[in-house]
Structures are given as structure tokens and as C-alpha cells.
Design a protein around this ligand. Structure first.
Ligand code: RIB
Length: 310
């Protein structure tokens, strides 16, 4: 079985992360630390997660003409990610995310997209060759809407399945949903899309049915440590329980899930197995601090699955 080709269209930003004893209230300054800087952005994190599993990954994004842009490219190259379609914008700087992680490992993030928010439809069109030869295309909402729309159109044109991770949620042209193969919202994003507050499996089913009726044949709602609720029509869906681990930093867990899912589908795994695999990638990612740097390797995931599936 080959490892497949994955094209990721989305964000790259520099993550500026500090631990905090508690999340600051409005107007409050909290003494935090330690501070860590690293490569991030949902697109970049998902690309690293897939590449570390063995996918051949094309990254389509945009950085500024600055040191952080150089750092981005160097990091992608170190991860064996193809940077031919990482464009440079001379007017906007490379984006940045301000991340606070508390003692429970939970996070709050403000992301300033900078250059990657300016990715154009015509730049995505330049990457059509990569999309055409891909086994799976993965896109988030952390870039311009025109880039998302063009990605979905190109993938549809070449018959390549698309995973849409609707994160961070903001309004987008809903008609693209009929051309999406898999959608992977978390509870909050599922609620924004459907109006259903997702607190339990029953809610997840209600929300999933609405997304299915919007035209997406495979709905995967990620539920944090509870795992992933999958629905593809019919009376009910199925909960794939998450793996229990000691979480130190949950930032990027959704990205780990999406990158793991893209890899597994591109490598030819059945969807059932791919969801279990993605849950394992997500579980391992929260045992380390950071986002892209915390993504596990395929060897780590395989060893973990052997141990946990005994
Ligand atoms: O999903 C986590 C990511 O969201 C962080 O790496 C940060 O860059 C934000 O974009």
C-alpha cells in the first residue's frame, strides 16, 4: 500500500505560546511562562502531522517577506513538506498566534493571519497540478475564503476527495459543502454550522444529520478526549472513543486528528481504521508541549496502537 499524496491548503503562522496558571480575565495581566516559539497555523500543523506519518505533502500557503517566513520554509523543508506553493507576500508579515495554555493543558488562542490570510484563488490555481495528483486534499478556514472555494472547486474538477476542517469557524459559502467528502468540526464549530449545541452523542447525531443534509456524505465531529462521532446517513452514527492519555497541552489536537486522517485515507485505509488512526495521532499529540513540534511519528503511532489495541 502506497503512502499517498496529500495537498494541504491553509495557514502558516508563528506560534507564540506561554503557560499560564489560569486564563486571564478581561483587563488582567497574569505572570506566565515558560515561553515557547514554534511553527504553527492549522494548515501547517496538519501538514506536519500527515508528513510525519509518511504522506508526500504539498503545502499551499503564504508567508511574509521576513525572518518568520524564512523560518517557516526551513521548518517545512525539515519535515519533508514540498514548499513550491508557499507564496510570499511583500505587504503583509507572516502571521502569528498568541496562545495561552493553562495548568489543565487547555488553551486560548488569538490568531493574526497576516500573509496567509491573503492567499488568492489564482495562487491556489497555480497549485492545481499538486491537487490533481493528490490522493486527498485537506483545507481549513484559516485562510482567505477565495482560497478555500478555489481549493474545493479544483479538487472537484479532478475528482480528488476533500476534507474540510471548518476551523476556526466563520461564515463561508455553504454551497461548497456539496463538494466536500469529509467534514471535521469540533463541538463548537458543529454548533456554529448547525445551531445545535453538542454536549452528548444525541446532540452530535442531530448536528451531524444537519451537515449531512447540507450535502456532506461523511461527518466526523471531534469531541476532544471523548473521541470522534461519525455519521454517514441512516438512523444513527458511531462514537469512536478517544484514547486515554496524560494531556499536557491540547493545542493542535484537532490538527493532529486531521493530518492523521488525511494520511490514513491517502494511504488507502478504510474509513473505520482511518478514524482510529486519527484518534491515536491526536492522543499522542497532547502528551507533548507545542503544536507542529508535538506531532507524533508513524513509528510512535504504530507502537501506541499495538499497545492500546491488545
Ligand atoms: O489549532 C492550533 C493552531 O491554531 C495553532 O498552532 C495556532 O497557530 C492557531 O492557528
Amino acid at each position: 500500500m502506497g503512502q499517498g499524496i496529500v495537498t494541504v491548503v491553509g495557514s502558516y503562522v508563528t506560534d507564540l505560546m506561554s503557560r499560564t496558571p489560569h486564563m486571564p480575565r478581561v483587563g488582567e495581566t497574569v505572570l506566565g511562562g515558560p515561553f515557547k516559539m514554534g511553527p504553527g497555523g492549522k494548515g501547517g500543523n496538519q501538514a506536519v502531522a500527515a508528513a510525519r506519518q509518511g504522506s508526500m505533502v504539498y503545502m499551499v500557503s503564504k508567508v511574509g517577506d521576513d525572518e518568520f517566513g524564512v523560518y517557516a520554509r526551513a521548518n517545512f523543508t525539515k519535515e519533508h513538506i514540498i514548499t513550491e506553493y508557499v507564496f510570499v507576500n511583500t505587504e503583509e508579515s507572516t502571521g502569528a498566534a498568541l496562545i495561552a495554555v493553562d495548568d489543565n493543558g487547555d488553551n486560548m488562542i488569538v490568531v493574526a493571519l497576516g500573509a496567509c490570510g491573503k492567499l488568492t484563488a489564482s495562487e491556489v490555481a497555480q497549485a492545481s497540478g499538486a491537487i490533481r495528483i493528490s490522493t486527498v486534499v485537506l483545507v481549513q478556514l484559516e485562510t482567505s475564503t477565495e482560497a478555500v472555494v478555489q481549493t474545493v472547486a479544483a479538487a472537484k474538477n479532478y475528482g480528488v476527495p476533500v476534507i474540510l476542517n471548518p476551523a476556526p469557524y466563520h461564515e463561508f459559502p455553504r454551497e461548497i459543502l456539496k463538494d466536500i467528502t469529509y467534514i471535521t468540526p469540533n463541538e463548537t464549530e458543529a454548533c456554529s454550522l448547525t445551531g445545535v449545541q453538542v454536549d452528548n452523542e444525541e446532540d452530535a447525531l442531530r448536528a451531524a444529520k444537519i451537515m449531512y443534509d447540507m450535502g456532506v456524505p461523511n461527518v466526523l465531529i471531534t469531541l476532544g478526549k471523548k473521541g470522534c462521532y461519525f455519521y454517514n446517513g441512516g438512523e444513527t452514527g458511531l462514537l469512536y472513543s478517544g484514547f486515554e492519555v496524560q494531556a499536557v497541552d491540547t493545542t493542535g489536537a484537532g490538527d493532529a486528528f486531521n493530518g492523521g486522517l488525511a494520511y490514513a485515507l491517502a494511504a488507502g485505509q478504510e474509513l473505520d481504521d482511518a478514524i482510529v488512526y486519527a484518534n491515536a495521532v491526536a492522543a499522542l499529540s497532547v502528551t507533548k508541549v507545542g503544536t507542529a513540534p508535538a506531532m507524533p511519528t508513524k513509528e510512535e503511532v504504530d507502537a501506541f496502537l499495538v499497545e492500546r489495541m491488545r
